[in-house]
Write a protein that binds this ligand. Structure first.
Ligand code: 5GP
Ligand code: MN
Length: 321
């Protein structure tokens, strides 16, 4: 696909959906596409479906127009997914995708095998927002679309810091700046700023973290009862695994939190030696070489043992190579 206009020809209704527990790149790409279609294809009836987006994305125009529930079964002419690495990650919009006349997948996950009719997947690109920008008409990227795209880019590149950040990423960021986006505010308020409680919880996880495998692996964890004590949910825990990764000597950081009894969400970050997407895929999850995740069942000890065993395998394979 060279331009999104190609798939919009003759289309009257469009649905857009992202993945479960949408992050900045997911919300940014879905909203950018929504705002773009709404403005430049006014004859198309477009709807965007996402799991409750966090308040930190309140600066994105028309964020309140997101549908957080599917009220009626609809058969869209076209359903487009953004930042969705696998069909089972669609959650909320799964039924709409199923019944759409045609489907499109726009993504940047290496683990994505292409589950739509038209797949525009570029695994080497830092964010879905960057992939999406590549198929928009650059002259039509206004302040509102640029704000959404920029938000996604900073979230998936750690503010242009991860190795996936390319000269092209920076060129696009420069183009977006020309529209006058409040970039300092977007970075601070949507990425770095935490609530007092979020900082307290991060402090607690760091204080209780454990180093394994000669200090190459660090694990942080949070139990449901402690989350309830602080009154936090999974969406309050962003940034914790990134902070763990910054521990000197660490190759892989693991952050685990309890979804319910015997069920855990696992976040993985690598400094480069270990491909954590392989580890996540092994356990039914997915992601990127340096940032991946999965859900796991069992006791906390099982989860830690199973994950670290897979990481150790890669580290020893590399040593023996
Ligand atoms: P995070 O650790 O921030 O939740 O996720 C890091 C990356 O891994 C994201 O790109 C996300 O899409 C992917 N990821 C996280 N959890 C899962 C999962 O359960 N399944 C799949 N397929 N990908 C995941
Ligand atoms: Mn992404």
């Amino acid at each position: 696909m060279k331009n999104i206009a190609e798939v919009l020809e003759g289309v009257k209704t469009v649905g857009i959906g992202g993945h479960i527990r949408p992050d900045g790149d997911c919300v940014g790409s879905c909203m950018a596409l929504y705002l773009y279609i709404r403005k430049y294809f006014p004859d198309i009836d477009v709807n965007v479906y996402l799991d409750h987006p966090k308040p930190i994305f309140g600066h994105i125009e028309s964020i309140d127009e997101i549908k957080t529930e599917v009220e009626e079964e609809r058969s869209f002419d076209l359903f487009i997914t953004c930042d969705v690495s696998a069909r089972d990650r669609l959650a909320l919009a799964d039924n709409l995708f199923e019944h759409a006349k045609k489907t499109v997948c726009i993504d940047h996950h290496v683990s994505n095998s292409g589950f739509a009719d038209v797949n525009h997947i570029r695994g080497e690109v830092s964010s879905c927002c960057e992939v999406l920008y590549g198929i928009l008409d650059p002259d039509k990227v206004d302040l509102a679309v640029a704000t959404a795209v920029y938000t996604g880019m900073i979230h998936d590149t750690g503010v242009f810091q991860y190795s996936s950040t390319s000269p092209e990423t920076m060129r696009i960021a420069g183009e977006l700046m020309k529209t006058g986006i409040p970039f300092s505010r977007i970075i601070d308020e949507s990425f770095y700023q935490k609530t007092y409680i979020q900082n307290q919880v991060m402090g607690r996880v760091l204080a209780e973290s454990i180093l394994l495998q000669n200090g190459t692996c660090i694990i942080g964890y949070l139990r449901k009862k402690d989350m309830d004590f602080y009154g936090v949910t999974g969406s309050d825990l962003d940034g914790i695994v990134s902070q763990l990764r910054l521990t000197r000597g660490v190759e892989v950081a693991i952050f685990i939190y309890e979804l319910e009894t015997q069920s855990f969400k696992v976040s993985l970050r690598s400094n480069g030696r270990v491909d954590v997407s392989k580890v996540a895929v092994f356990f039914g999850g997915g992601g990127h070489t340096r940032a991946a995740g999965c859900d796991l069942q069992g006791s906390m000890y099982d989860v830690i043992n199973n994950i670290t065993a897979e990481i150790e395998k890669q580290l020893t394979e590399e040593e023996n190579a």
